[in-house]
Design a protein around this ligand. Structure first.
Ligand SMILES: Nc1nc2c(c(=O)[nH]1)N[C@H]1C(S)=C(S)[C@@H](COP(=O)(O)O)O[C@H]1N2
Ligand SMILES: [Mo]
Length: 307
C-alpha cells in the first residue's frame, strides 16, 4: 500500500491502549498467535472509548465491500470498485461562516494534537440494513471549539468533495452534487458525534469516506457524510442532499425511529450486513440504541413531524 498522509503523523499526545480490536478479537488473535501482548501491527494508536458498544463489529471485508457512496455509483459494490482512484492527499477542509477563525485547514493541521479514539458504533441505514463499525476518530466539538463558533451560529453544514473526474457517479444527476448534510449545533456538539479518519486500525478506506467523514450514530446513515471538504456554521437550517431530492421521504433530522416508517417500507426492523441473505431481521432501536444519550436533544418535539 502506498504511504498515506497518516503515516507522517506522530501521535505524541496519545496514550496507546491498542484499542483497534474489541477485547474478544484481541484475545482470540493473541491466542492464535501464541502471544499475550497487544496486536503486532502498528496502527493508528487509537484509545478506547466508553462510548463504544460491545456488539460484535462487522469484518473489515464486509465494511469495505458493501457501501453507499453515490459519487461512485448506486450499487453497493461500486464504491469498492471505483473509489480507489480518489486522490485524498493533499486534503483540506474549508471551515467558514459564523466562526472566529475561518480558513482552509489541511488535514495534518486538523489532526495536530488530536487524540484519536476507537468508537465502535452501530450504523443504521435508512434502507433498513445495519452494521457495527469500529471507527477511529475524534469528537467534532473539539474541532468546532478550535475554530471558535460564534454565538449567532445555530447549524453546521457539511459538503463532500465535488470532483467528477475522480467521482464518476457525479456525472449523473442522482443527487444535486455536491452531497450536502447538516446538523443542528447542539447535535454537532454532542460527544457521540465524531469525525472519523480510520476504520479498524487502518486509515479510512476510500469507499468509507476517506480521508475524513462524519459519523452520527443515532441518525440514519445518510447523515454521516463522507469525504468532507467544507464545514460551514450558519444561523439557518442548511439544505441537505437527500432532503432536497425527496423531502417526503428524507427529513432534516432523520433520527433512527422504528415507529416512523419510510413511505415505502417499514423501519421497525433491520438486517445486519455480513450475515447472509437468510439472516434473521433484528428490531430497530429508537435513536439506534443511543436514546439515553440523545433523547433530551428532542424533548418536546413531535418526532413524526420533525422526522
Ligand atoms: N458523500 C456521501 N456520503 C455518504 C453517502 C453518499 O452517497 N455520499 N451515503 C450515506 C449513506 S446512505 C450511508 S448508509 C453511509 C454508509 O457508510 P459506509 O459505506 O461507510 O457504511 O454513508 C453515508 N454518507
Ligand atoms: Mo444509508
Amino acid at each position: 500500500m502506498a504511504p498515506r498522509w497518516t503515516n507522517d503523523l506522530t501521535w505524541a499526545d496519545v496514550t496507546p491502549k491498542a484499542a483497534f480490536m474489541n477485547r474478544r478479537q484481541m484475545i482470540a488473535g493473541a491466542t492464535a498467535l501464541g502471544v499475550t501482548g497487544g496486536p503486532a501491527r502498528a496502527g493508528l494508536n487509537a484509545v478506547e472509548s466508553r462510548y463504544s458498544t460491545d456488539a460484535d463489529p462487522n469484518s473489515f471485508a464486509d465494511l469495505t465491500s458493501y457501501n453507499n457512496f453515490y459519487e461512485f455509483g448506486t450499487g453497493k459494490g461500486d464504491p469498492a470498485e471505483y473509489a480507489g482512484q480518489l486522490t485524498t492527499d493533499p486534503w483540506a477542509v474549508k471551515i467558514d461562516g459564523m466562526v472566529e477563525r475561518p480558513g482552509s485547514y489541511g488535514l495534518e493541521d486538523i489532526l495536530k494534537g488530536v487524540t484519536l479514539e476507537e468508537r465502535i458504533y452501530r450504523l443504521r441505514c435508512v434502507e433498513a440494513w445495519s452494521a457495527v463499525v469500529p471507527w477511529v476518530g475524534f469528537e467534532l466539538r473539539r474541532l468546532l471549539d478550535r475554530v471558535g463558533v460564534q454565538p449567532s451560529a445555530k447549524y453546521v453544514a457539511f459538503e463532500t468533495l465535488l470532483r467528477p473526474e475522480e467521482m464518476p457517479g457525479q456525472k449523473y444527476p442522482v443527487l444535486d452534487w455536491p452531497y450536502r448534510e447538516g446538523l443542528r449545533l447542539d447535535e454537532a456538539m454532542h460527544p457521540l458525534t465524531i469525525l472519523a479518519t480510520g476504520l479498524y486500525d487502518e486509515p479510512m478506506p476510500n469507499q468509507n469516506g476517506a480521508p475524513i467523514r462524519l459519523v452520527v450514530p443515532w441518525k440514519y446513515g445518510f447523515k454521516s457524510i463522507k469525504s468532507i471538504v467544507r464545514i460551514t456554521l450558519t444561523d439557518s437550517q442548511p439544505p441537505t442532499a437527500w432532503n432536497m431530492a425527496n423531502p417526503r421521504e428524507y427529513g432534516f433530522y432523520s433520527n433512527v425511529n422504528p415507529e416512523v416508517d419510510h413511505p415505502r417500507w417499514s423501519q421497525a426492523t433491520e438486517r445486519r450486513i455480513g450475515g447472509g441473505l437468510f439472516s434473521a431481521r433484528i428490531p430497530t432501536q429508537m435513536f439506534n440504541g443511543y436514546g439515553d444519550q440523545v433523547a433530551a436533544l428532542y424533548s418536546g418535539m413531535d418526532l413524526a413531524k420533525f422526522f
